[in-house]
Design a protein around this ligand. Structure first.
Ligand code: NAD
Ligand code: UFG
Length: 336
């Protein structure tokens, strides 16, 4: 298949492109490098041993994005491009709504014009909000607590409406749980800007000596050890889920929301302990107050992905800890 991957130089996109290239799909990446580095392109070539096309383009820029559709015969789009920092979205809602939603509208409009009607969209478990009880199934009511989450929920709605207007569309709304880990080569991984918000990049930065200690946000949750429980999924498993999803939507029509999680919950302390054991490194930590907006427990019912896509997460928490550390230790300053 000829697959346009928006946001294909980002964390999840780059790992997904590698898995798609392995299966000899033809890849066209469109990214504006707003949260990624040009160096990723050669690393993808190095790891995969394959070629692909790249366009440095903002998905908001209809005129330049249209050239990508004019110059390539595209069968499907995997749409990763978007801004993703929850706190930043609270501070800059207009930028988040504009970048995430307007770009998706531009993309859908061009897809309609060039008769490309297969889309895999990066949604998030954040659309399940604060009130649903885990394991989370795809049919639960959705709600959000911040502009980032609202962009995901609204885009899901937009893509449902696009299908209602034209039953030729085939769309997968993939709701990711907590992606961590890195490619096992240690050449590509997650490279957050500034102080990491998320748990695993914070732990690896403590391990590499960039931060003194981890703050564990809350130790009085109703969980097995009092710390927050999440569904961590290895980014390479997640990438393989996209390969299955893009193949799944190819020969049918409709819209399916599908959880991509491991279906297992681990606490913050479970992750810290696993990281220490897998890598033989001590992670100093302090127990602090809960982080506003966090819930006690969030993990997927991963049954629908297995049933529809024949996909389930295979890598263990230990794999995730080892691979995250390999990436960070080989690249203490990320892609710089
Ligand atoms: P990322 O920031 O590493 O990748 C996103 C990529 O999109 C970046 O390369 C960025 O430069 C590009 N981009 C952003 N806006 C663009 C625009 N207007 N035009 C062109 N390119 C643009 O993020 P990621 O972790 O790889 O996430 C990919 C997608 O998955 C995002 O939509 C994100 O919201 C979603 N998601 C991520 C997580 C997570 O924890 N990482 C969880 C759930 C959902
Ligand atoms: N945590 C700490 N210390 C830290 C960072 C995180 O204790 O320095 C804890 C959090 O309180 C939480 C767990 O580690 O219990 C995981 O936190 P992350 O920030 O890594 O992940 P979240 O589950 O909070 O958020 C993720 C994505 C969001 C998405 C959300 C819901 O980062 O984009 O899942 O699916 F919206």
């Amino acid at each position: 298949m000829n697959i346009l991957v928006t946001g294909g130089t980002g964390y999840i996109g780059s790992h997904t492109v590698i898995e798609l290239l392995k299966l000899d799909h033809n890849i066209i990446i469109a990214d504006n490098f707003s949260n990624s580095k040009p160096g990723v392109l050669n690393l993808i070539r190095e790891i995969s041993g394959k070629e692909f096309k790249f366009y440095q383009v903002d998905i908001l820029d209809r005129e330049n994005l249209e050239k990508v559709f004019i110059n390539n015969s595209i069968d499907a789009v995997i749409h990763f491009a978007g801004l993703k920092a929850v706190g930043e979205s609270v501070a800059m809602p207009v930028a988040y709504y504009h970048n995430n939603i307007t770009s998706t509208l531009v993309l859908c409009d061009l897809m309609n014009k060039y008769d490309v009607k297969n889309m895999v969209f990066s949604s998030s478990a954040t659309v399940y909000g604060m009130n649903n009880i885990s394991p989370l199934t795809e049919d639960l009511p959705l709600s959000t607590t911040n502009p980032y989450g609202s962009t995901k929920m609204m885009i899901e709605q937009i893509l449902q409406d696009v299908y209602i207007s034209d039953n030729g569309w085939s769309t997968a709304l993939l709701r990711y749980f907590n992606p961590i880990g890195a490619h096992e080569s240690g050449k590509i991984g997650e490279d957050p800007n500034g102080i990491p918000n998320n748990l695993m990049p914070y732990i690896t930065q403590v391990a590499v000596g960039k931060r003194d200690q981890l703050s564990i946000f809350g130790s009085d949750y109703d969980t097995h050890d009092g710390t927050g429980v999440r569904d961590y999924i290895h980014v390479v498993d997640l990438a393989r889920g996209h390969v299955k999803a893009v193949e799944y939507i190819a020969d049918k029509t409709g819209v399916e929301a599908i959880n991509l999680g491991a279906g297992k919950g681990y606490s913050v302390l479970d992750v810290v302990n696993n990281f220490q054991k897998a890598n033989e490194i001590k992670i100093p930590y302090v127990l602090t107050d809960r982080r506003p907006g966090d819930i006690a427990t969030c993990y997927a019912d991963a049954g629908k992905a297995e049933k529809l896509l024949g996909w389930k997460a295979e890598k263990t928490l230990e794999d995730m800890c080892r691979d995250s550390w390999r990436w960070q230790s080989k690249n203490p300053n990320g892609y710089e």
